[in-house]
Design a protein around this ligand. Structure first.
Ligand SMILES: Nc1ncnc2c1ncn2[C@@H]1O[C@H](COP(=O)(O)OP(=O)(O)OP(=O)(O)O)[C@@H](O)[C@H]1O
Ligand SMILES: [Mg+2]
Length: 481
């Protein structure tokens, strides 16, 4: 079904055309008409399949730019995502003149207050800053018609639930509530339904939770060998644009510095950096000034950066949902991608837990040798010669080439050129702080070690880490009040 077949205003249809959208994606086809009818819904579809427009079109359609109140609000877990969602809604609202304002932490609040005075119809916010504005009465939610939780399962997990509850309490009870995510574990869905009125569940039935355009594999590797293995894979894959996920902020700092030391153009992003730095890093990544983005899970959800060709999970993600979102930064909007996950021997049970949730097997890759990495780089050098040959723009070099050929064998000459061009694998020593293997995360609200009851003993015998892992997911994600 096409956007032209929807009952929406011409101004919005024109915007979708301008954005290059013609056919709707499956989630858009199902969710947009339902959302337009005013019902509450939970929309679940794989990463990179257009969930933003699935809620964006109904929001922009319902908004009246002549009305001075905030009418729609989207809450997202990270600042970058709040900005990106606002950009997409502004693109959709361009001809109807519906303005969406991003409101997030780390940005000058006075500047936000000035922008709010211009009366945006829709706000795309992170929860903390939104609550701040609600308290200051610089944002009023009395006349909100629609609330969207993007990355809904993340918004409703323990870290965010209280903020979300507080925001929802400020909105009229007759509001429409829309929840979207690629993952929706059952305990979270049940929790979500408390905030909704007989929600419709729109789930795009797929055999797997992950997009089949992503080639998924894992490599078994010892912690201290991870870095060399990563650089060898990078030398073989020569990714156009890749994201390397690390578990902690320190890890991300160390890793991107180590990559730079070995001659890669890498930058790091995590939540302890200033917003100005986060913006700069992301901009440099999008502008091709940086090939490798090293990130914590702050970059795992929702970010739509075109042509991310590879995702490397240098450290295992905390839970299978996080795996789904991380690798979903590649293979978007029908493109292909490659995801490679590093697993230390003691972490192997986590692999099974991830596969159980994604319903997808990962292929095992062997850690490449130095020699294989060298061959990778030689191939890259060869490729750059043939690419240059195809581009044809070499007139300035032809005379030199003829002179060289007068005095040398052609094969020797090309071999020398290849040798010069090949970036031989760099083995500059680097040191990363040891990161212990992923264990089931303990719930901070549980009694301390030794004082626990049944569950503790079960976990201590440790013969079934897989269960512990799953158990952990549920504990982390169920609201305990
Ligand atoms: N109907 C469409 N036709 C073509 N491209 C589309 C269409 N809808 C969305 N897109 C593009 O697909 C890409 C992914 O969309 P979007 O970011 O909304 O995915 P998502 O489902 O929200 O993914 P995630 O789960 O990672 O948040 C974007 O670049 C968007 O512009
Ligand atoms: Mg999204």
């Amino acid at each position: 079904m096409k956007f032209s077949e929807l009952t929406i205003s011409d101004a919005i249809f024109k915007a979708t055309e301008k954005m290059g959208f013609d056919d709707m994606t499956p989630i858009q086809e199902k969710a947009i008409p339902l959302a337009l009818s005013g019902v509450d819904l939970i929309g679940q579809a794989q990463t990179g399949t257009g969930k933003t427009a699935a809620f964006g079109v109904p929001l922009v359609e319902a908004a009246d730019p002549m009305n001075k109140d905030v009418q729609g609000i989207i809450i997202a877990p990270t600042r970058e995502l709040a900005i990106q969602v606002a950009d997409e809604l502004n693109a959709l609202g361009r001809y109807k003149k519906v303005v969406t304002l991003p409101v997030y932490g780390g940005q000058d609040i006075q500047k936000q207050i000035r922008s709010l005075k211009k009366r945006p119809s829709i706000i795309s916010a992170t929860p903390g800053r939104l609550l701040d504005h609600i308290k200051r009465r610089t944002i009023r939610l009395d006349n909100i018609k629609q609330v969207v939780l993007d990355e809904a399962d993340e918004m409703l997990n323990m870290g965010f639930i209280d903020d979300i509850r507080a925001v929802l309490e400020k909105t009229p009870s007759e509001r429409q509530t829309l929840l979207f995510s690629a993952t929706m574990p059952k305990p979270i869905r049940l929790l979500a339904e408390q905030f909704m009125k007989n929600p419709d569940r729109v789930k795009i039935q797929a055999k797997t939770l992950t997009v089949d355009m992503i080639d998924q594999s894992f490599v078994k590797v010892r912690e201290r060998e991870k870095f060399d293995v990563l650089t060898r894979f990078l030398d073989i894959h020569s990714p156009e644009r890749a994201i390397v996920f690390g578990r902690t902020k320190r890890r991300v700092d160390e890793l991107h510095e180590a990559l730079q030391k070995r001659g890669y153009t890498a930058e790091g992003i995590h939540g302890d950096l200033t917003q100005a730095k986060r913006d700069q890093v992301l901009r440099r990544f999008k502008n091709d000034q940086v090939d490798l983005l090293v990130a914590t899970d702050v970059a795992a959800r929702g970010l739509d950066i075109s042509n991310v060709t590879h995702v490397y999970n240098f450290d295992l993600p905390q839970d299978p949902e996080s795996y789904v979102h991380r690798i979903g930064r590649t293979g978007r909007a029908g493109k292909t991608g490659l995801a490679l996950t590093f697993i230390t021997p003691s972490e192997m049970p986590h692999l099974k837990a991830i596969e159980a949730v994604t319903k997808q097997r990962m292929k095992e890759e062997k850690a490449p040798t130095y020699q294989e990495a060298l061959v990778g780089q030689q191939k890259a050098a060869m490729q750059s010669i043939t690419d240059t040959l195809a581009s044809g723009n070499m007139d300035n070099y032809k005379k030199m080439a003829e002179n060289l050929l007068d005095e040398n064998e052609s094969v020797d000459l090309i071999a020398a050129a290849l040798k010069v061009l090949t970036k031989e694998p760099d083995t500059t020593p680097v040191k990363l702080t040891y990161e212990s293997p992923l264990m089931a995360k303990r719930d901070k609200r549980r009694p301390p070690r030794g004082k626990g009851r049944g569950g503790y003993h079960h976990r201590q015998d440790g013969h079934n880490r897989n269960d512990r892992y799953k158990g952990n997911r549920n504990r982390k994600r169920v609201h305990h009040n």
